[in-house]
Design a protein. Structure first.
Length: 394
């Protein structure tokens, strides 16, 4: 009988998922898993099976059915209870559909292209400030965090002067160490903060004010949409920028190609997203009825975790998947999920990375770590993986 283990969490190096995930994917791509609350559910590690499950309407994204795959006390107030207003990632149709339709037009490829000149200006201003200060600097605080924070603030109409408030609360919400009370209080503060913005405290051209003027969503839904976009929008992009920089510094040939050949930028960013998979504990789903899936009977209410890092390293989809390769075909990676809940802001994340990373490397062609690699503090204690600090010089 197969032993029922918890979700593995220990990495052997900063860029690869825990090695147990590869063994599970090879031997038993759908296997039983023990959740921190004692529940016995499932772990899916195959790329093809993860995609199939994420498009199966019998599996729910609703938060009242979710369980955290790893110990995360801060999720307790939000899992096992109905979704917070506007928190569409924790909803099924028709509520998810209604909210997403209100937002989809704000994140079209055309809208994102229109934002690019402003993002380029933000990136240039931050790089000039770094150059003036001189190294060493913490790239997270000097660049990787302010780029997406400035962008999402301008998109939503949130004053950037308030960034310390939302960044502090966002860090609490995404931390694996936060208590239930700390996370709940942080969420309440963010809802209050965003509610005030939507009611006239921010930029009238920002998304929150626009949604309020439309009159389709109520104040709590607008605040919830704002919290979701504000926290996920800067946390995931900041982590991707910093961790991508660390990966490039560890792969000098790839760094040189990325810096010197603009024609590979788009595919290189897709490869970095695949290779690093910052949402490192996967996507939760729950069957609403008993489901026969790949020869296993998944009972209604049993938690299922789909491992994005394992799926993105599946040799059945990507040849030699543990190698960072900017020439590979990257289509099909699941860094942004899959199906109807696929990340709404994925085009914005791509544009920010395609703009910020090449500009950083061209402005500072001799960029290097200012500490030994083993001294870079990894953000293994966050639900979005990355680095807490990245000391660099040039």
């Amino acid at each position: 009988m197969t032993r029922i283990d918890p979700h593995p969490t220990v990495r052997l190096n900063p860029f690869d998922p825990p090695p147990e995930l590869a063994k599970y994917r090879q031997d038993e791509p759908v296997r039983r898993m023990r959740y921190p609350d004692g529940h016995t559910g499932w772990l899916v590690t195959s790329h093809a099976l993860a995609r199939r499950l994420l498009t199966d309407a019998r599996f729910s994204a609703r938060s009242e059915y979710k369980r955290a795959p790893v110990s995360r006390p801060g999720a307790d107030p939000f899992y096992g209870a109905p979704a917070l207003p506007g928190w569409l990632v924790d909803m099924d149709a028709p509520e998810h559909t209604r909210l997403r339709q209100q937002l989809a037009g704000k994140f079209t490829a055309r809208r994102i292209r229109e934002m690019r000149p402003r993002v380029e200006a933000i990136v240039d201003e931050l790089l000039s400030a770094m150059a003036e200060q001189g190294g060493p600097v913490d790239l997270v605080q000097s660049f990787a965090l302010p780029v997406p924070s400035l962008v999402i603030c301008e998109l939503l109409g949130v004053p950037y002067a308030d960034r310390a408030e939302f960044q502090r609360n966002s860090e609490i919400i995404f931390s694996l160490r936060a208590t239930a009370a700390e996370a709940s209080q942080a969420m309440d503060r963010l809802y209050g903060f965003l509610r005030a913005i939507s009611e006239g405290g921010g930029d009238g051209d920002g998304l929150l004010s626009t949604l309020a003027a439309d009159g389709t969503l109520d104040a709590e839904e607008i605040a919830g949409v704002g919290v979701l976009l504000l926290t996920a929008g800067h946390e995931s992009t900041s982590s991707s920028l910093a961790l991508s920089t660390l990966a490039l510094l560890a792969h000098p040939q790839e760094l040189a190609a990325f810096r010197d050949d603009p024609s590979i930028t788009d595919n290189a960013v897709e490869e970095l997203l695949r290779y690093l998979s910052v949402f490192h504990f996967g996507v939760p789903r729950t069957p609403l009825e008993d489901v026969e899936f790949e020869g296993h009977l998944m009972r209604a209410g049993e938690s299922v975790t789909l491992s994005i890092p394992a799926a993105n390293r599946d040799p059945g989809w990507f040849a030699d998947p543990d190698r960072l390769d900017f020439t590979r075909k990257t289509s099909g990676h699941m860094a942004f999920g899959y199906g109807i809940h696929q990340c709404l802001g994925q085009n914005l994340v791509r544009m920010e990375m395609r703009t910020a990373l090449p500009a950083l490397l061209r402005r500072f062609p001799t960029l290097a770590l200012a500490v030994p690699p083993e001294e870079v503090p990894l953000a293994s204690d966050m639900s979005v993986y990355g680095v807490h600090r990245l000391p660099v010089t040039w």
